[in-house]
Design a protein around this ligand. Structure first.
Ligand SMILES: Nc1ncnc2c1ncn2[C@@H]1O[C@H](COP(=O)(O)OP(=O)(O)OP(=O)(O)O)[C@@H](O)[C@H]1O
Ligand SMILES: [Mg+2]
Length: 216
């Protein structure tokens, strides 16, 4: 067996520690994500799963530890930095703007947008990603008009639109019907087949066992 790692992991977190007033949420955690895998994070309430992933997404700064993306050290000051490095996260409460359309939400917060927005190009790109990953959604629908399952598809689309290579899903099935969960699993399989790495947080042992390549 070749002990050398030919390809560095998409993500490598080393010795991550994070404390909030009086509570240590993460203590010297090592965690990595490989291309093409679903890595499940399993643990009881308050175990520190969301905290660890919020650190990877640039929402929190760790007190100690290091993050490497494909072998290169990174310090994320904000989700913008994490997204630029190919990290995407879908929270249980989606960070979408309800009064705006799907396509408008794709470009929210992006810098360097042209003065005249290439609306049709954006719609076209949404349709392409939708059909590639089974994330059907109307680009012109307003977010508030969509079901929770559809909003989750938009949130995933938004991350793929921004070229996320690693997608963190924090308890994604908690808000889904069984059929929507099955559709999500197909999307996840499509993403891993194309070399994405998925972090899947869930309390449901059966779905973790059937979907995951690794469990931490
Ligand atoms: N912003 C914060 N301020 C203070 N304490 C926090 C904060 N975020 C998390 N914590 C605390 O850190 C610990 C870990 O929380 P975290 O949300 O990471 O757990 P979790 O594993 O995601 O739990 P759950 O399964 O309930 O989502 C908990 O004790 C929580 O109360
Ligand atoms: Mg959590």
């Amino acid at each position: 067996m070749n002990k050398e790692k030919a390809v560095p992991p998409l993500v490598e977190m080393q010795g991550i520690t994070k404390a909030f007033a009086g509570v240590t949420a993460n203590r010297e955690i090592d965690f990595d994500v490989l291309s093409g895998e679903v890595h499940a994070l399993l643990g009881e309430n308050g175990a520190g799963k969301s905290t660890l992933m919020n650190i990877l997404y640039g929402l929190y700064r760790p007190d100690a530890g290091h993050i490497f993306i494909k072998g290169t050290p990174y310090t994320f000051m904000s989700p913008k930095d994490a997204i630029a490095a190919g990290i995407g996260m879908v929270h249980q409460h989606f960070m979408l703007v309800p009064s705006q359309t799907v396509w408008e939400n794709m470009i929210l917060g992006l810098e360097d947008l042209p003065y005249i927005l290439p609306r049709n190009e954006i719609r076209e790109k949404i349709r392409n990603i939708s059909s590639q990953y089974g994330l059907e959604v109307d680009p012109d629908a307003k977010i508030w008009q969509l079901s929770i399952g559809e909003q989750q598809r938009v949130a995933i689309l938004q991350m793929l639109f921004r070229k996320a290579k690693v997608l963190i899903l924090d308890e994604p099935t908690a808000v889904l019907t069984p059929q929507e969960s099955l559709n999500l699993f197909k999307t996840i399989q499509q993403m891993t087949a194309e070399g994405h790495g998925i972090v899947f947080i869930s309390h449901k042992l059966d779905e973790v066992l059937s979907l995951s390549d690794r469990i931490t």
